[in-house]
Design a protein around this ligand. Structure first.
Ligand code: SAM
Ligand code: SF4
Length: 475
């Protein structure tokens, strides 16, 4: 029994999958269309959500999807540029398609997303197998660009828009479980964190029409979905107004509208920026039972000098003020963070400040990275990447070990308590177990009994590991 549960423990949640850089692959879908699209997506949830928009556009232009690149007419890699190794993975993947292209010279290979935007037509020179390079705001042009590639020409569109939100496109849900879905509520980012490539690859921040977001949430609920995650690089700065200016909606108001779609629809959101998260948002979360008590609030560092160099526009005191407000207004709210080790000129004492912040906040989870300099970012232009790689990775190991111990300790405290869980899948290791997440975003595993994916159940926790609560259903 113990052994089975240990195996179950390694199933990553959606968020872990995204941040572990595990690509997502399109599923087999045959509705009798003429051509097949294989799309593989890397990086963050925004990219996964974009791939669903891409699939929807091509679905209307004669494409079904396939899970096997060898049966595809068009292969797209939807890419991430956030760290150097993310780009390297894509380059390695492209090499694997060389044989396929030799066998089928008609095959079209396209690179989409952040890497396409960052490298533009240079990518065509560097990777000869690539026929199309398309940035994140040009997906409506894909059918026309494929037509160019079909003629044997190279096709590039990396135009960044100030308006495009794909509000009217109904995403085709890819590789999903039919229960949880992402909804993009905004695109781009106007913050200029000095380490980050996103403002250059995804353009200016723009918020999507609130009515189209609520409509999408309603449709998902009617189609059996029971959880939506509202996505943006900085959801707290969501700001939409109607064309005549009569209607203005901020993030707290949007959250409320989505929560009101149905009390049986769980609402999550990501990512919150510490400089922008307001008490109004926190009170809205506290007011509605179906807005999950979980906030991803990346700190990046626990030291105020480093935060200033990162241009995060808050300091440690501000960050702790926001954490204290969360604790006061939503007492059982789980928090997670992103942390970067070895940013330019970070000293050992400053690294210790990150450790002390992590100990003070007691995050349920953290996504932790060694700093990777990205070409043309403000940090690459103005600061020196002077922390040796071995020091960055030693500091990274230290915070990973600390986080592992904290996650285990927090999970062990839950033994004996009861959690409401939305069942989102069958355990990969054993059909006899189901899995889901509680409101705080912790994975919960339990014997399946007669329960089904998509149901809410209450689970009494019997044991815990670092990543999982294990228990049995009580109602
Ligand atoms: N918008 C989110 C925010 O501000 O918190 C983060 C988006 S970014 C896609 C995800 C995470 O990648 C960041 O929070 C940061 O920790 C990490 N990251 C970004 N650029 C990085 C870099 N150059 N080196 C290492 N980690 C980086
Ligand atoms: Fe990058 Fe900062 Fe924008 Fe997040 S808020 S996407 S880290 S620039």
């Amino acid at each position: 029994m113990r052994q089975v549960i240990k195996d179950l423990d390694i199933i990553p949640t959606e968020e872990e999958k995204a941040l572990c850089d595990l690509p997502r692959i399109s599923e087999e879908q045959d509705t009798g269309k003429k051509r097949k699209l294989y799309i593989e997506s890397y990086g963050c949830q925004m990219n996964f959500s974009d791939s669903e928009i891409v699939t929807s556009i091509l679905f209307d232009h004669g494409f079904d999807t396939t899970s096997k690149p060898e049966t595809a007419d068009v292969i797209f890699l939807n890419t991430c540029s956030i760290r150097e190794n993310a780009e390297q993975k894509v380059r390695n993947k492209l090499k694997q398609f060389i044989q396929l292209k030799k066998k089928n010279p008609e095959l079209v290979v396209g690179v989409l997303g952040c890497m396409a935007e960052r490298l533009k037509s240079k990518l065509l020179e560097e990777e000869k197998i690539v026929d199309m390079v398309v940035g994140p705001d040009a997906y409506r042009e894909l059918p026309a660009l494929i037509a160019v590639a079909d003629e044997g020409e190279k096709a590039v569109n990396v135009f960044l828009s100030k308006e495009e939100t794909y509000a009217d496109i109904n995403p085709v849900r890819l590789g999903g479980n039919g229960v949880t879905a992402f909804i993009s509520i905004m695109r781009g980012c106007d913050n200029m964190c000095s380490f980050c490539v996103v403002p250059f690859t995804r353009g200016r921040e723009r918020s999507r029409d609130a009515h189209s977001i609520v409509r999408e949430a309603k449709e998902l609920y009617e189609n059996g979905y029971r959880e939506v995650t509202l996505l943006g690089q900085n959801v707290d700065s969501y700001k939409w107004q109607s064309e005549d200016g009569s209607e203005k909606i901020n993030f707290a108001q949007l959250l409320e509208r989505v929560a009101l779609v149905n009390p049986n629809l769980w609402v999550r959101f990501s990512t919150s920026h510490p400089k922008d998260i307001t008490d109004e948002v926190l009170y809205t979360i506290a007011k509605y039972d179906n807005i999950c008590n979980y906030i991803h609030l990346p700190a990046q560092s626990g030291n105020s000098r480093i935060l200033a160099l990162m241009n995060r526009t808050y300091d440690r005191e501000w960050y702790m003020d926001r954490v204290n407000a969360i604790r006061r207004i939503i007492p059982d709210c789980a928090l997670s963070s992103d942390m970067i080790t070895g940013f330019c000129s970070e000293t050992e004492e400053e690294h210790q400040d990150t450790i002390s912040l992590m100990k003070t906040v007691n995050y349920h989870y953290a996504y932790m990275f060694a700093y990777s300099e990205r070409p043309n970012t403000p940090a690459a232009k103005k600061l020196v990447d002077d922390v040796p790689e071995e020091v960055k990775s030693r500091r990274l190991t230290e915070i990973i070990e600390l986080q592992s111990a904290t996650s285990l300790e927090l999970n062990e405290k839950e033994v004996g308590t009861i959690h409401k869980v939305l069942i989102d899948g069958v355990s990969k290791k054993s059909d006899a177990f189901l899995k889901g997440r509680n409101g705080q975003n912790t994975t919960v595993v339990f014997p399946a009994g007669t329960h089904k994916v998509g149901e809410f159940v209450h689970v009494r926790v019997q044991s815990a590991t670092q990543g999982t609560l294990i228990g049995e259903v009580i109602v």
